[in-house]
Design a binder for this molecule. Structure first.
Ligand SMILES: Cc1cc2nc3c(=O)[nH]c(=O)nc-3n(C[C@H](O)[C@H](O)[C@H](O)COP(=O)(O)OP(=O)(O)OC[C@H]3O[C@@H](n4cnc5c(N)ncnc54)[C@H](O)[C@@H]3O)c2cc1C
Length: 506
């Protein structure tokens, strides 16, 4: 059986019941003074739907994946069919001075794709067109990763995508996009060669290496929601190759030794290898597992695994031949109807429900020494005492193609990192707000204990509202250039939010 991070993450998707009283003020505030007649005018101008509070499906359509934002009630959600719909929505928001945010898969951890103003959902724009001669694919910004994988792999090509089929291609790509093929094929943003975007001025612009190259640069990891609303992406794609995979689990008592060996093995392995180490809450004690993908045969992978496997006797070990179709489509049971791998509120609804969760992230540029490993193990053991549905820490080995570009070749700055770290906690709604806060406090303490060992950088796609210095943590040396892009393309700050860049200095 293929076991990867997707399995962990998706098994944590939970259903039913909002957390009472939880409504963090992080979304872009809209204007309550917009008259209903103005909304009617907007509705009449669109080819797609405008969903408002009087529509029977409003409560379904307005919500995002993280339950914490269930209290946010947009004035309207534009289900944009075309770039022209997006353009009209942007002009309307500008005229009525109301907040406007784009939404693709709705998976932002901090509810960045909702607002009490106007949401523009690009979900209806999800066409995928592959040009085999040019080895490029043009993908509507509303495609979910399952749509991308099905659309590409059926035509014999692939992209790194990511772990979860219901994540949107837009948010993933604009913030970087790490997948199991990334040490071989790079990040999603590294494969991006063009975008079509509607700007704050209501213009439909194209950005590629020749036209608006600075905007393309910003879209390659500078984060979703800052610069405009992307309506389509053009990627260079890769021919499919044979792949294999592995999964190992050890008893928790071996965690220190495994972590010590795994970190070097994962970051220094061949570009063909991508590996994850997950330390998460288990039934009676935490579990430590590693799983990954290798572009090559099962025999080669088995040899490569010898040092990792030899650390301590695994409680479980498997190595298997697979392919991208099995890994991304069949294994998560998205076939024969890929729509089942959409979110519950997608126009072609699927099985992925809302969840209550929080994340933090780190990049390690030095391997964890004895003290660092002890801190990490203590943090995970602390999580064992929490009322987690699922959670702990997930480490991705960086290096390979991810680290080949220079820090300023794209807006994704974290290029000299050895390990990307995701601290993650999911809980059941029944733990209540007080229980959720206890879980957040555990994660805060865990994260604080790792400060001496981390670089201070964080992944913009795992955003964290506790970060006082989020701009430098996400963008580092690329921040001034990103701010200049913002000032040029959205001088009045039409696109705004708590972790949305402003063009102003500081
Ligand atoms: C279950 C789960 C699994 C994940 N797995 C991975 C993984 O394997 N690899 C990885 O790198 N990340 C992963 N992530 C993180 C993921 O990349 C981010 O959450 C990403 O922002 C989600 O994109 P979205 O389109 O689904 O979300 P949304 O909430 O729709 O958008 C995210 C941000 O992008 C903006 N945005 C959306 N559409 C557009 C658009 N058309 N134009 C401009 N801005 C837009 C939004 O306004 C928001 O700021 C995962 C997240 C979850 C919840």
């Amino acid at each position: 059986m293929t076991v990867d991070r997707r399995t962990f993450l998706l098994s944590s998707a939970v259903a039913a019941g909002a957390i009472a009283g939880l409504r963090p003020k992080v979304y872009a505030a809209g204007s309550d003074t917009v008259a209903d007649s103005a909304l009617s005018e907007l509705r009449a101008s669109l080819s797609g739907r405008l969903v408002t509070g009087t529509d029977s499906d409003y409560d379904t359509v307005r919500k995002v994946r993280n339950r914490s934002y269930d209290g946010v009630r947009p004035r309207g959600i534009v289900m944009a069919q075309t770039a022209e719909d997006v353009r009209r929505a942007v002009s309307w928001a500008s005229t009525h001075k109301t907040a406007i945010v784009p939404r693709s898969g709705g998976h932002s951890y901090i509810g960045q794709s909702t607002t009490d103003g106007l949401v523009v959902s690009v979900v209806p724009m999800s066409k995928i067109k592959v040009d085999k001669a040019a080895m490029t694919a043009t993908i509507g910004a509303g495609a979910m990763l399952i749509d991308v994988n099905v659309g590409l792999i059926q035509q014999g090509v692939g992209l790194p995508t990511g772990s979860c089929p219901s994540v949107g291609v837009a948010g993933l790509t604009l913030g970087g996009g790490v997948g199991f093929s990334s040490r071989k094929w790079g990040l999603m943003c590294d494969n991006l060669v063009g975008v079509e975007m509607v700007t704050a001025a209501g213009e439909v612009v194209r950005a590629d290496e020749k036209t608006n190259p600075e905007l393309l640069w910003a879209c390659r990891g500078g984060g979703g929601g800052h610069f405009g609303i992307v309506t389509s992406f053009t990627f260079k794609v890769h021919a499919l190759e044979p792949i294999s995979g592995y999964a190992i689990r050890w008893d928790w008592k071996h965690a220190d030794k495994v972590l010590d060996v795994w970190q070097r093995w994962a970051a220094e392995g061949p570009d063909e290898l991508f590996s994850v180490c997950a330390m998460t809450r288990g039934k009676t004690e935490p579990s430590i597992r590693s799983h990954g993908r290798f572009f090559g045969s099962k025999q080669e992978l088995r040899k490569l695994l010898a040092p990792l496997r030899g650390v301590a006797k695994p409680a479980k070990f498997s190595v298997y031949e697979t392919d991208l179709w099995k890994a991304h489509v069949e294994s998560p049971k998205c076939w024969p109807d890929p729509n089942v791998c959409h979110s519950w509120n997608h126009p072609q609804p699927g099985r992925y429900k809302q969840a209550s969760y929080t994340v933090k992230s780190d990049y390690f540029k030095r391997y964890l020494d004895e003290e660092g490993r002890a801190a990490m193990i203590r943090g995970v053991e602390g999580g064992q005492k929490q009322k987690l549905r699922w959670g702990g820490v997930i480490l991705d080995g960086f290096g390979g193609a991810i680290n080949k570009p220079a820090a300023d070749d794209t807006a994704f700055v974290h290029r000299d990192s050895l390990i990307q770290v995701e601290y993650v906690a999911h809980w059941w709604p029944k733990v209540g707000e007080a229980g959720a806060e206890r879980i957040r406090d555990w994660m805060r303490a865990f994260y604080a204990s790792m400060r001496p060992h981390a670089s201070g950088e964080c992944y913009q796609n795992y955003p964290d509202l506790d970060l006082p210095n989020w701009q430098t943590a996400y963008f580092g040396q690329n921040l001034p250039r990103l701010k200049r892009c913002k000032a040029k393309i959205d001088p009045s700050g039409l696109f705004r939010g708590r972790q949305i860049l402003t063009g102003a200095a500081g």
